[in-house]
Every structure is written in structure tokens, then in C-alpha cells.
Design a protein around this ligand. Structure first.
Ligand SMILES: Nc1ncnc2c1ncn2[C@@H]1O[C@H](COP(=O)(O)OP(=O)(O)O)[C@@H](O)[C@H]1O
Ligand SMILES: [Mg+2]
Length: 350
């Protein structure tokens, strides 16, 4: 609360050395009169001692002109000391055994759908699983899990993930609305990725699944700089254009020395609900040879199933159903789990 008389008086006080007044620069947090005492609270800012002193004197002079003011109580706190330098370079997330990003070169290939269903599929197998949505430009995990209005709380130190569907879930979409994401640039993105990985109470987890934005941009770079990757899953559709992008995706991980668990072919075929026939809409069979060429494993095919989309839109993921698609997602989760066990990242659980 800023009293109008105080606002006018303080608008005459310039920040020492600058053209701007302290009201305009939002330095005044509270100002008012209480029984002859002018109480003013300024925002904590880093300022040299001389600047602080000049500013305090200027505020006092301005306020003493206000009728009824006999005394001034000025609160102008020092900002908290910056935290000790955070560790540099990729380092494990405390209490998390395996980190599995789900990536694609192109948007709309089903990355988020795979990430959500993979996370749930792994949880069904008795693993402790977290899902982190890092798709700054189109976070879809909150919708797919019916968590649109979730607001993660802080325990004072770390942010608590939302617990839903047996998973620990965090989304960059919980923190910033997508329309704001467009103005985010390198350093901000880097900070957000670091916080979502290292300043969320994930532990204890066997696997943390990451849903990435499409392509090989800032978020991906930040991720590889922040955490060691256990193994990446690349999603593609059988279309040629998507395959070019899949190569780029695999290449990105290989360049940074991160293992690739394999490529999944999504929307591989369509099972007609009328005639039960299998239709290969996008031309099927191109992903497996590509995998051989790239030297990565083929993780299998997922059918195009209208229910998958409908359920995703309603916050009811497909993996729990009994359709061909549900089964395919569960098989995928089984393969990923086996690979993580083989890599020694997680232990076999009963
Ligand atoms: N196997 C599938 N069958 C039917 N629809 C799918 C399938 N996989 C994804 N979709 C739908 O396609 C759209 C894009 O999928 P999404 O997972 O959001 O892709 P991405 O994260 O790669 O952009 C969504 O509407 C989703 O429900
Ligand atoms: Mg997505």
C-alpha cells in the first residue's frame, strides 16, 4: 500500500545518479502515515553504501514535507547474499537412478504421448517414476494427465512435484503460460531447466522421463549441460520428412555422448475399427532399416488409434486400456525397463 500523498512526495526523489524517480522504478513497496510516523518500505536492491545513504536522506527530506509527519521509519533492506556458486557441468539428480529423455526432431509425432505412456508403463512395472515436461513452447503433459490447474508448492527449499496417476509430475507449463515462453531466451531457459531438474524434490526415483520440445534447441542443450543422460528415446513417424528429423535427433545425443536407447515408430499403422484391417497410412517399414544404418535399436511400432488422442485430450492416458495401442505402449515400457536394467542404471524389481 502506498498512500497517495506519499506517492507524490516520493515521485520527486530520484535514484542517485539516474534520471528515474524511485516510484517509477518500483522501489517503493509501502508508504503511509501511522500516528505521526511515516512508515516506508523500499524494495531490497544492491547499492553501494554512499548511494544508500544519499537515497535515505532524500527520502527523509521529501517525506518530512508531508503534513502530519513527525518521524520517519524507513526500511531499506540489503538484498540476500547470492548463493554459493552452483555446481558446473552435468551432475546426477540426487536420488534419481535413470534419466530418459523422449525426443524428436519434429513436433506432432507423438513425443508427449509416448513420454506420458512410457512413464505410466514403467510405473505399472513397479518402478518409481517421475515425468518432467520440458516442452516450453507447448507443454502438453498437464492436459494429458488432467492436471491443468495444478500449482506445485515449495517446501521452502525445493519445489514439490504433483503426485498423480502414481507418478511425480512437473511441467514447465505449471510455472509459465506458453504465450510467455516465446520471449524466453537462452539464460532464462537454462535456469528453468536447471531448476526443474535439480531443485524439485524428485527423490527417490528409479526413472525420470523427460518430455522435450521438438528439435535440438536451447532446452536440449541445457538438459545435456545439466544432467548425465542414461538413455534417450527418439520418436518418429514413418514419413520421410520425419525420418530426416529423427536422424538429427539421434545425432544430437550421439554428439554429446549420450546413449540412445532406440527409435520408436509412432502412428505406424491404423487398425480399422470397422473391418479390423491394418492400414499402413504413412508407408510403413522405413524406420527399422534407418535404425540399422544409425546403429541404434528399433523399439517397435505404435498404432495410430483415435482413442489415444481422445483419451489424451481427456487426461486419461492410453496405457491403462486394453486396445492394441495400450498393449504396444506397455511393451515399449517393458523394453525400456529391460534396457535400463541391462545398463545397470536400475535394479530389477519384483
Ligand atoms: N498413436 C497415436 N494415435 C493417435 N493419435 C496420436 C498418437 N500419438 C499421438 N497422437 C496424437 O497426435 C497429436 C500430437 O501428439 P503429441 O504427443 O502431442 O506430439 P508431440 O509431443 O511430438 O508434439 C496429439 O493430438 C496426440 O493425441
Ligand atoms: Mg509434445
Amino acid at each position: 500500500m502506498i498512500d497517495e500523498m506519499f506517492r507524490k512526495a516520493l515521485a520527486n526523489v530520484r535514484y542517485p545518479g539516474f534520471e528515474v524517480d524511485i516510484v517509477a522504478m518500483d522501489l517503493v513497496e509501502e508508504a503511509g502515515l501511522q500516528g505521526g510516523v511515516a512508515k516506508i518500505k523500499l524494495r531490497a536492491v544492491q547499492a553501494p553504501p554512499q548511494v544508500r545513504e544519499d537515497l535515505e536522506n532524500a527520502v527523509a527530506a521529501a517525506v518530512m514535507e508531508i503534513p502530519g509527519v513527525k518521524e520517519l521509519q524507513l526500511d531499506f533492506p540489503e538484498p540476500p547474499k547470492p548463493k554459493a556458486e552452483e555446481p558446473k557441468g552435468p551432475h546426477p539428480v540426487a536420488g534419481v537412478s535413470a534419466i530418459v529423455p523422449v525426443a524428436s526432431g519434429k513436433g506432432g509425432v507423438g513425443k508427449s504421448t509416448v513420454a506420458v505412456n512410457l512413464a505410466l508403463g514403467l510405473a505399472r512395472q513397479g518402478l518409481k517414476v517421475g515425468l518432467l515436461d520440458l516442452d516450453l513452447y507447448g507443454p502438453s503433459v498437464p492436459i494429458m494427465l488432467g492436471l491443468k490447474d495444478a500449482e506445485p508448492e515449495s517446501d521452502g527449499n525445493k519445489l514439490k512435484p504433483i503426485e498423480a496417476h502414481g507418478l511425480k509430475v512437473m511441467s514447465i507449463g505449471f510455472m509459465i503460460p506458453p504465450e510467455k515462453a516465446l520471449i524466453w531466451r537462452g539464460p532464462l531457459i537454462m535456469k528453468a531447466v536447471r531448476q526443474l531438474l535439480h531443485e524439485v524434490s524428485w527423490a527417490p526415483l528409479d526413472v525420470l522421463v523427460l518430455d522435450l520440445p521438438p528439435g535440438t534447441g536451447d532446452v536440449q542443450i541445457s538438459m545435456t549441460q545439466e544432467v548425465p543422460i542414461t538413455g534417450a528415446v527418439v520418436v518418429t513417424t514413418p514419413q520421410d520428412v520425419a525420418l530426416v528429423d529423427a536422424v538429427k535427433g539421434v545425432d544430437m545425443f550421439q554428439q554429446t555422448g549420450a546413449p540412445v536407447l532406440g527409435i520408436v515408430e509412432n502412428m505406424s499403422y491404423f487398425i480399422c475399427s470397422e473391418c479390423d484391417a491394418r492400414h499402413e497410412i504413412f508407408g510403413h517399414g522405413s524406420v527399422e532399416p534407418l535404425c540399422r544404418k544409425l546403429g541404434v535399436d528399433f523399439l517397435g511400432e505404435l498404432p495410430l488409434d483415435t482413442q489415444v488422442r481422445q483419451q489424451a485430450d481427456q487426461g486419461r492416458p492410453a496405457v491403462n486400456g486394453d486396445s492394441a495401442a495400450s498393449q504396444a505402449y506397455r511393451e515399449l515400457a517393458g523394453k525400456i525397463k529391460a534396457k535400463l536394467v541391462k545398463l545397470g542404471a536400475i535394479k530389477e524389481v519384483a
